[in-house]
Design a protein around this ligand. Sequence first.
Ligand code: SF4
Length: 332
Amino acid sequence: MFKPKTIYYEKEIENYNLGKELLEKYKDIPKIIIENHNNIEELRKKQNKEFPDLKRNLIIGIRKTHKFVENHKTSDYLVPYTSSGCTASCMYCYLVCNYNKCSYLRLFVNREQMVEKIIKTANNSNKKLTFEIGSNSDLILENTITKNLPWTIENFKNVEKGMLTFPTKFDMVDDILNIDHKGKVIIRMSVNPEEIINKVEFGTSRLKGRIEAINKLKEAGYKVGILIAPVIMVDNWKILYKELIKTLNQELSQKVKKEAFFEIIFMTYSYIHTKINEEAFPNAINLYNKELMKVRGRGKYMYKDELRKEGEIFLKEQMNKYFPNNKIEYIV
Ligand code: SF4
C-alpha cells in the first residue's frame, strides 16, 4: 500500500467530499499547501537522481482542463480523468513528459464534474461512444487510494450510449469484482515478459498477478483486452515475447481467450527518459540503442523501420499460432 512521504494540496480541495476524505485518511502525513498542482516550484527544482523520491509524494488538486481529445484506436475520446502520473516508475513511461512536472501521482477531487461531462457527451451523441479514461494514469492503482472506480462505474452504468475503457499494469482489482457494472467497462491489461517487468517496469504488478486479475475481471463479466505493450527490443526479444504469448495462451482463462482483443505497441523513448534514467536508475539497463532507433520528432526515438517490420511479422506469427481467433486491433 502506497504511503505518501508528503502531501501537496490545493486548499480548494477542502470543498469537495473526496478532498475531505483524503485529508482525513492522510491526517498523519506532512502536508504543504500549494497554489497550483501544475507548478510546484520546490519539486521542479529537484535533480534527476531524486526522481524515485519524487514519486513518493502525493499531489491533490482540482482538474481545471477538461478537453476531450478525439481518438481512433480503442476509443472515441481520450478523457482527462481523476488522476495523472503514477507511483510506479516504468523507465519508458510517456507521462514523464517534462522532467519533474508529471512524474508523481496527482489526484483530482472534482470527480462529479468530470463524470458529468462524459455522461452529457454520451447522451448528446447520436452513436455509441467509448471514452478512454485511463490515458493519464493507472486507474487500478489510483483506486487503491481513492476508491474512484466503484464510484465511477456506479454513476456511469446506466448511460445508454457510452462505454468506459482504461488500461492497467496492476492486479488490485478486487474492489470492482462484485459491483453491478452492466457491461459498460472494457479493461485492458498491459503485459510484458516477466524479465522486462523486473528490469524496466519498477513498482508494477508481476505478470502472474496481471493474468490472474484479467481472468477475475472476465469472470466478473467485464469486457477485456490485452495490450502487449510496450514491446521492447532487448537482445533476446524474440525468445521473451514468444514465451510471453505462449504463457498467455496457457494461463488466460477460456472465457478471456474466447473474447479478448489485442493491441500491440512498440516502445518509443525520449532524450528526457535517457537523462532521468541514467541518473535515477544508474544500475538499470539502457533502453536507448543508437543502432536500433531513429529520431521521431524533437528529442524522441522509435525503432527503425526494418526492425519494427521484423517485430510486427514475428509477433503476428506468434499470435496466429497461439491466438488465431482473437482480433489484433492495431500494431503501432
Ligand atoms: S504504470 Fe503506467 S502510468 Fe505508471 S509509470 Fe508505468 S507506464 Fe507510467
